[in-house]
Design a protein around this ligand. Structure first.
Ligand code: ADP
Ligand code: MG
Length: 300
């Protein structure tokens, strides 16, 4: 369980803005399939098998034999058809696959937004389904952050207000939440834009507000569903680098749905889905960064 208190009295945002926006990812990859340009793990995991992370033994989230069926029998859609997946601490995971293969459903099930038809999601070893609704909602607020394709900022609120709202719903005082929000917005390059409403921001700036909102509560997992799908490629790539880097810095695991192989290549690990199953899994060979970040996450 994340030991961070729900209502902290001290700002938990970053203390010093960073100036670099370059990811610490290496520059060379070799393509192993036509659509996923990352190298397979030295000892590839059997397809569909949940593997304890080699980097950290206790995953922050584990999906076990996840099945999600929509609709009545006969016309049912099997969006998830037996998915096993572990999310390691402070890791970055790209989820790829064609439209309709179950990526969004998987994210929502892992985040406890949707209850699976069958199977279990364990968060730090606790079965999400066993928690009362209120506890699960509180857990989502305190431990999970979300970045959606179109940002989903509230149009009538300023950038700062959008970031502080979920924090205040989680019991954090306005003063503390505002200090955190300003710190994150500055860090994400939005100095001078704190009081702007979403319509007064570019798509990339709005998405950075969403990232600030997702990270302000120091979640242990950030879920991003095609977070740059609505942006042009250059803006999207820079927002992505900021997202991956910010998650690394704060020790959050990132689970990101993307269609973009360049985007997936920023992540340490990629799973490719087909028809509700994990069809392929790849791990980038340089696990060093992830190890250092995971060590930091354990002691944060
Ligand atoms: P992806 O994100 O990979 O495009 P989704 O998880 O959104 O895929 O959807 C997986 C499958 O489940 C698709 O066939 C989709 O039509 C179906 N589906 C998703 N949500 C619902 C729903 N609420 N009701 C019925 N079918 C759904
Ligand atoms: Mg989707």
């Amino acid at each position: 369980m994340n030991t961070a208190p729900l209502a902290s009295s001290a700002p938990t945002g970053p203390s010093a803005p960073t100036t670099s926006s370059a990811p610490s990812a290496p520059t060379t990859y070799s393509a192993t399939t036509s659509d996923v340009p990352v190298q397979p793990a030295a000892a590839p995991a059997p397809v569909g098998a949940a593997q304890p992370s080699a980097l950290h033994p206790a995953p922050v989230l584990s999906g076990r034999r996840l099945v999600m069926t929509y609709g009545p029998q006969g016309t049912a859609t099997h969006a998830l058809d037996g998915v096993d997946l572990d999310i390691a601490r402070a890791d970055s995971l790209a989820v790829m696959g064609p439209s309709g293969c179950g990526k969004t459903t998987l994210l929502h099930v892992l985040a406890g937004i949707l209850r699976p038809t069958a199977g279990t999601v364990l968060h730090d070893g606790t079965d999400l389904a066993a928690l009362p609704d209120r506890t699960r909602t509180r857990l989502r607020r305190s431990d999970f952050g979300f970045v959606f394709q179109d940002g989903q900022l509230l149009p009538e609120l300023t950038a700062v207000e959008n970031v502080i709202l979920p924090r205040m719903l989680g019991g954090v005082s306005r003063r503390t939440a505002t200090a955190e929000a300003r710190s994150w917005l500055d860090r994400l390059g939005l100095q001078g834009m704190h009081e702007r409403r979403p319509t007064q921001l570019s798509g990339g700036q709005a998405q950075r507000v969403s990232i600030a909102r997702a990270l302000a509560g120091r979640p242990s997992v950030v879920f991003a569903d095609e977070p740059t799908g609505a942006l042009d490629q250059t803006t999207g790539q820079s927002v992505l680098e900021i997202l991956v880097e910010s998650c690394r810095d704060s020790g959050a695991s990132l689970v990101m749905v993307t269609h973009d192989t360049k985007v997936a290549a920023i992540c340490r690990r990629t799973v490719a889905m087909r028809d509700g199953r994990i069809a392929q899994e790849f791990v980038r060979p340089d696990a060093q960064n992830a190890q250092a970040t995971q060590d930091a996450a354990v002691t944060r």
